[in-house]
Design a protein around this ligand. Structure first.
Ligand code: NAI
Length: 452
C-alpha cells in the first residue's frame, strides 16, 4: 500500500514524486521507459544540446552524454528521497490499484507522443518525427519540415545553422499562432534571411518518392528532401493504461479531461432528465462507466489526477511540473497560489522568441482594454556589445502604466526576459512598479524598463 501512485516519470511525474516523498508520503512511481520522459530524453534537453553545439557532429556526440548525466541525477534524487521506482508500464486494475499496488491517490503523468499526419506516403522511410530526427547520425542535405509550430521552428533554425537546406511547409498563414503576429513574422523573416524557405498557407497532401506534395493557393507543389520531419503536434498517451477499469473516459485525441485541480475522477453521472444535453450524456455513459465507484463514496475512495501533456491542457514541461506540485499540495491539504493562467513559453530558435500572457489579438478578441509598450534591442547597450541587436519586446498593461498583462519578445535570451515579466505578472504588479525596479546595468533585461 502506498499513499500515492504516479504513472510516468517525466518532468510532471518525477518532480511530483520527489516533492510528495519529501513531504513524507509513501510514493510508488511506474516508468516503462527512461526516467525524465520526453523532455529529458528526446525533447527539451537534447534539442537544447543541439542549439548549444557548434556542429551537427558535436551535437550527436554530446547529446547522449548530457542525457545520461541528467538521467542518472534524477535516478539518484528519486532513490535518496525514498521513492519506489518500478520499471514497468502501469496498468489500472481498479480505481485504486496499479500493477497490484494500491494507493489512495493516483496521478497519471504519461505524457504525449508525436502526432503523424494520416496522409499517403507517411510511412516513407525518409519521414521522421522529432525523436527520429534526434537519432540521425548524418546531417540531412535537404530537410523538409511539415509544420511551423514550436518543434518545426526550433529544428529549422538549428539544422539550417548546421548546413542543411531547410524548407518548412505550414498550413497556417503565419508560424507560432500563440505569439503576437508581428513578432512571429519577425522571427520567420529572420530565419528566411538566413536561408530557410517557408511555404505558408500550404497544406501537405502526401509524400511520394521523397517529395512532399502540398497545395498552396490552389496550386499543387512539391519539395524534394532526403529527410522529412513531421512536426504537426503531439497526442496524449492514454493507451494501454486500462483507464476504463479506473472509471476514466479519455476525451478522444484531447486526452484525459480534468477539473481546475487536475482531478480526473469521474463525476457522479446526473440523472438523464437533469442533463442539459441528454444525447451527449447517453453517448458518454458507457456500460463500464455505469459500474464506476462513486467519488467520495467512503473509506479508501481516493482521487485520480492527470497532469502534464496527457491532460492536453498546456504541453509544456514546466506546466506539467507545476500541475504535479499543485496536485500533491491538494493531497496534503496545502493551499497554494500557483497561477496556471500565467504560463510562460519559449521557442528556442536562434534568436529566441518567448511569451507570457495573451497576444494582442487575443486581448482584442476578449475586449480587454490595454496599452502596448515596445522596446528594441538596438537601443540596449548589452545587446549592442553582444552584437545581438535584432530583437524587440512588447509589454502590455492596463491603461496608465497599470497592471501588466502580457509580454512577448523576439531576440537573444528572450526566455530570460519573459521570465522576469512572468514574475511581475504573477505578483499582479504594474508597469510602473516594473519601471521602478532597479535593473543591473548593462543587461538585456533593461529593455523591459526602456519600453516607450
Ligand atoms: P504545434 O501544434 O505547435 O504545431 C504544428 C503545426 O503543424 C501547426 O502550425 C499546424 O498548422 C501545422 N500543420 C498541421 N497539419 C499540417 C498540414 N497538413 N500541412 C501543413 N502544416 C500542417 O506542434 P509541434 O510543433 O509538433 O509541438 C507539439 C507540442 O510540443 C506543442 O504543444 C508545443 O508547445 C510543445 N513543445 C514545446 C516546446 C517549447 O516550449 N520550447 C518545444 C517542443 C514542443
Amino acid at each position: 500500500m502506498s499513499d500515492l501512485i504516479i504513472i510516468g516519470a517525466g518532468p510532471g511525474g518525477y518532480k511530483a514524486a520527489l516533492y510528495a516523498a519529501r513531504q513524507g508520503l509513501k510514493v510508488t512511481l511506474f516508468e516503462e521507459g527512461h526516467v525524465g520522459g520526453t523532455c529529458l530524453n528526446v525533447g527539451c534537453i537534447p534539442t537544447k544540446t543541439y542549439v548549444h553545439s557548434r556542429s551537427f557532429d558535436e551535437a550527436v556526440e554530446r547529446q547522449p552524454q548530457v542525457v545520461e548525466q541528467l538521467r542518472g541525477g534524477v535516478e539518484t534524487l528519486l532513490a535518496n528521497a525514498g521513492v519506489t521506482l518500478v520499471r514497468e508500464r502501469g496498468v489500472f486494475s481498479d480505481a485504486h490499484t496499479v500493477n497490484g499496488v494500491t494507493a489512495k491517490h493516483i496521478i497519471i503523468a504519461t505524457g504525449s507522443r508525436p502526432k503523424m499526419l494520416p496522409i499517403e506516403g507517411a510511412d516513407d522511410p525518409r519521414v521522421v518525427d522529432s525523436t527520429g530526427l534526434l537519432q540521425l547520425t548524418t546531417l540531412p542535405r535537404k530537410l523538409c519540415i511539415i509544420g511551423a509550430g514550436v518543434i518545426g521552428m526550433e529544428f529549422a533554425s538549428v539544422f539550417q545553422r548546421y548546413g542543411s537546406e531547410v524548407t518548412v511547409v505550414e498550413y497556417l498563414k503565419e508560424c507560432l499562432p500563440m505569439l503576437d503576429a508581428d513578432i512571429a513574422k519577425r522571427l520567420r523573416k529572420n530565419l528566411e534571411k538566413r536561408g530557410i524557405t517557408f511555404h505558408m498557407g500550404a497544406a501537405v497532401k502526401g509524400i511520394a518518392d521523397g517529395r512532399v506534395l502540398f497545395e498552396q493557393k490552389g496550386k499543387e507543389q512539391a519539395v524534394e528532401a532526403d529527410v522529412i520531419l513531421m512536426a504537426t503536434g503531439r497526442r496524449p498517451n492514454i493507451e494501454g493504461l486500462n483507464l476504463a477499469a479506473a472509471g476514466i473516459t479519455p476525451d478522444g485525441r484531447a486526452g484525459i479531461p480534468v477539473d481546475e485541480h487536475f482531478k480526473a475522477s469521474p463525476l457522479p453521472a446526473p440523472p438523464l432528465g437533469e442533463c442539459p444535453n441528454a444525447a451527449a450524456a447517453s453517448v458518454s455513459l458507457s456500460s463500464e462507466n455505469e459500474a464506476l465507484p462513486q467519488r467520495g463514496s467512503g473509506e479508501g475512495a481516493g482521487d485520480i489526477y492527470a497532469i502534464g501533456d496527457v491532460n492536453g491542457r498546456q504541453m509544456l514541461a514546466h506546466a506539467a511540473e507545476m500541475q504535479g506540485i499543485h496536485v500533491v499540495n491538494r493531497i496534503l491539504g496545502i493551499t497554494d497560489d500557483i497561477r496556471f493562467e500565467v504560463m510562460p513559453a519559449a521557442i528556442f530558435t536562434e534568436p529566441e522568441a518567448a511569451l507570457v500572457g495573451p497576444s494582442e489579438d487575443q486581448l482584442k478578441a476578449e475586449g480587454i482594454e490595454f496599452e502596448c509598450h515596445k522596446g528594441f534591442y538596438r537601443a540596449n547597450g548589452k545587446a549592442l556589445a553582444m552584437a545581438e541587436t535584432e530583437g524587440m519586446v512588447k509589454l502590455r498593461c492596463e491603461p496608465g502604466e497599470g497592471r501588466l498583462l502580457s509580454c512577448h519578445v523576439f531576440g537573444a535570451h528572450a526566455a530570460d526576459i519573459v521570465q522576469e515579466a512572468t514574475a511581475f505578472i504573477t505578483l499582479r504588479a504594474s508597469l510602473r512598479q516594473l519601471r521602478q525596479t532597479v535593473h543591473i546595468h548593462p543587461t538585456l533585461s533593461e529593455v523591459l524598463i526602456e519600453v516607450s
